[in-house]
Write a protein that binds this ligand. Sequence first.
Ligand code: RIB
Length: 301
Amino acid sequence: MKILNFGSLNIDNVYTVSHFVRPGETLATEQLDLFCGGKGLNQSIALSKAGATVYHAGKIGEDGKILLDILQEHGVNTQWVEQAAGRSGHAVIQVDASGQNCILLYGGTNQQITEEQIDRTLSDFGPGDLLLLQNEINGLDLLLIKAAQKEMQIALNPSPVSPKLLEMPLENVTLFVFNEIEGEMLSGVLEPDQMLAAIRKKYPSAVLLLTLGKHGAVYDDGIRRLRHGIYDVPRVDTTGAGDTFTGYFLARTAAGDSPELALELASVASSIAVSRSGAAASIPKLDEVLRAREVLKPVIV
Ligand code: RIB
């Protein structure tokens, strides 16, 4: 099974702030860091660090060499990343003293995906291969249709969630990874068990993976429901923690690990990511995750 991640590539401008800027306020920031990010890029790097062979497809602008370089440094195959005129996607991220973030996105070339690029890329993939998607590029509707026609498995992280996304052929998705906000949009309910039941009803055969922040994560494949807690680590920056979780879970299940073990390793990896600055930069390698697993104890949820 080949893994193709068709997703965003962003340059993250990360500002350390005492608090999130309020309407009408001018706020001096304490620090500016530039990181590589984008949910797509972060998830490809997490997949690769977790041991998977991953192909990344997407579009960078004239300033995007740094994004290509970091993918290649992490062993991600970039033959399907194309370049276009204009600026790459970027994010303006505020990180406050508690490690929480808020993110402003500029789509840039992430929003210039063409049907021709989709066809060129998918021509190299077939039945049983896995396509991973997030909602930071255009063309998702086409990708969902064309990948299903090719009998690929489709994992969707519906983030950032939008009304337009909800109108797409999500019945083609085989695995959803979502948080409470995205789950509420998918289901119309907020309580996690009711949310899972409502989403299960809409997508009877999909695997559901719900991340609940400090309340851990829940896996539901329609037969079994598994829960896993988070780990007690210093919270420095939550940016990219969800992407780390997604990449680790998919990589480890693709490697043949049980859902229980994949859930545990994804939870350890995302907890480590929270204890560090940056998105892609904060993702741990598998050997570090395996060592941490021996010493960290999950907080019971
Ligand atoms: O999930 C974190 C990512 O969201 C950041 O890297 C930023 O680029 C936005 O896409």
